[in-house]
Design a binder for this molecule. Structure first.
Ligand SMILES: Nc1ncnc2c1ncn2[C@@H]1O[C@H](COP(=O)(O)OP(=O)(O)OP(=O)(O)O)[C@@H](O)[C@H]1O
Ligand SMILES: [Mg+2]
Length: 246
């Protein structure tokens, strides 16, 4: 477990000089990417451009091959990272609460039951702790996945299309929940939804090209998390759609 000082002062994420070849594709050739400490950074881009690959690089799930991947002080990020995937990956034979404790279970760590229940209450699932995941809706399952991510209590959270499997209104609710529960951590999230990027991103990048590069999108100054109908959000959506098309 990272110490609480790291949660209080989370690291930035820096990627420098990343080269990745997968199959016949050169996904990155000298990619640079930064996510600021304690902020939400959104990544958009067409399918296959390398968004998941970038998250995997940051998480240390791909070889760095000479790239620097670490924080603003030159330290590695190992042990700092929690991952929330597009598919919620809840295990059907475990209860909701046991799924929240999955990381600890896999590490053979006892305890954490009270914390798991407190987190389930915090994401609005009090009373569902002993149910099986297949009795929950898609949005409720994503809440469990968020509680499980929070259970890991890491200063850096990587989210790969975390809310793509739910309807637009549920999605807005989950975005607000994520903003509330993950505020202050360094969050890098991938989304195909320009509105989601604009609601949650303190910074937003569009990945494009082959090999891909990351281009920052100018953002409206509205209060974070930005309202879907905030002034400036519509205009910024148009900017993102242009960047995605170019
Ligand atoms: N294990 C692999 N072997 C070979 N090629 C791969 C592998 N994983 C990914 N790729 C290729 O690398 C490129 C980037 O894939 P990646 O999964 O990062 O895309 P993505 O931007 O996350 O797309 P999506 O929006 O569809 O999730 C794609 O061209 C993909 O086909
Ligand atoms: Mg992907």
């Amino acid at each position: 477990m990272p110490d609480s000082a790291l949660i209080a002062a989370p690291p930035a994420v820096r990627v420098r000089g990343a080269h990745v070849r997968l199959g016949r594709a050169t996904v990155f050739d000298d990619l640079a990417f930064s996510a600021e400490a304690g902020r939400f950074t959104g990544i958009l881009g067409p399918s296959g451009v390398g968004k998941t690959t970038l998250l995997k690089l940051i998480a240390g799930l791909l070889p760095a091959d000479g790239a620097f991947i670490g924080d603003e002080r030159g330290n590695r990020l190992s042990g700092c990272i929690a991952w929330m995937a597009q598919k919620d990956l809840l295990l059907p034979w475990l209860t909701v609460a046991e799924n929240v404790r999955l990381g600890a279970r896999l590490r053979g760590e006892p305890g954490g039951r009270d914390k798991a229940r407190a987190l389930l209450a915090a994401v609005g699932l009090e009373g569902r702790a002993d149910d099986r995941p297949d009795t929950l809706s898609g949005g409720q399952r994503q809440r469990v996945a968020l509680a499980r991510t929070l259970m890991e209590d890491r200063p850096v959270v990587l989210m790969d299309e975390p809310f793509s499997a739910v309807d637009p209104l549920t999605r807005i609710g989950l975005q607000d929940l994520a903003a509330r529960m993950l505020a202050g951590r360094t969050v890098v999230f991938v989304t195909h939804d320009p509105l989601e990027a604009l609601r949650l991103g303190h910074a937003v990048f569009v990945l494009s090209g082959a090999p891909a590069t990351a281009r920052p999108i100018p953002l409206p100054a509205d209060a974070w998390p930005r309202a879907a109908d905030a002034p400036g959000v519509l205009a910024a959506q148009a900017e993102i759609l242009r960047a995605l098309a170019s």
